[in-house]
Design a protein around this ligand. Sequence first.
Ligand code: APR
Ligand code: ZN
Length: 281
Amino acid sequence: MEQAIERAARDLVGSEYAIALTGAGISTESGIPDFRGPSGVWTKDPDAEKRAYRSYEMFLADPKRWWEERLTGPSLLGDLEKAMPNSGHYALAELEKLGFLQCVITQNVDALHEKAGTKKLIEYHGSLLKFRCVSCSSRFTRDEFDLEELMRGNQLPPHCPKCGGVVKTDGVAFGEPIPSDVAHRSLEEAWKCDLMLICGTSAVVYPFAQLPRIARQRKTETGRETETGLSAVEKAAAVTIIELNAEPTPLTEERVSDYLIQGKTGELLPRIVQEAKRITK
Ligand code: APR
Ligand code: ZN
């Protein structure tokens, strides 16, 4: 394990443009369940997963009822507003401050990377602490709408003050398109990076799980003189992909990642920060 931590720190320090991709696994040590881990929300309640697959359809069909159910029903992930970042989130924020990490792209809707101080953050599946207009994609904070008042006045769903469109939570539901600004910025980062640190995701949900594969396809070309004097072009992988996860994923099995460090992100990431600091001292 020590060697793997040292290798990851060396790769990180040696990279020019490293980014991190994160999933629900990085927030379990903050008390928020993941989805497909041994005690994941879907693992424990497959019916809840089936309902989640129908959520967006229901929103499109009847946004008023969708909001009423949302405001009166139980929250799947618990009280996200009270959740606090853990040492994994803080370690990524510190790597950004140290200049070793350029961006975090997260699938999590819990806003914990933002709370931990990460500046360059892409919330690929949105944030449950924000709202979004489904017509013009404008985002809003929760306090910009008094939902209880709207419900009492029978005026749900909330409407966009800019274009009049219907507003939903910013969290992207199954079957809902990824907002184009988010999809575009994430692709740019996957194209630019020379190192990808993938933390706490089962990497089975698309299109997010495509990002490492897009990066893996990239090659760098170097010219090389041959003994006959002719130059030859060599193509090499342009990106190093490291997984930090409690268990192997399809990225491990399909060798999309270069290596997996198996363990808890809240324990592994601070050790990588420490080692990166030690070798650059
Ligand atoms: N440290 C490292 N890995 C962990 C930890 C931890 N502390 N806790 C859990 N894991 C691992 C689990 O073993 C699992 O492999 O993290 C992974 C979490 O995978 P999922 O539960 O599938 O979560 P994620 O990949 O983020 O899901 C993607 O699916 O349900 C949708 O929209 C939801 O954004 C979510 C998307
Ligand atoms: Zn709008």
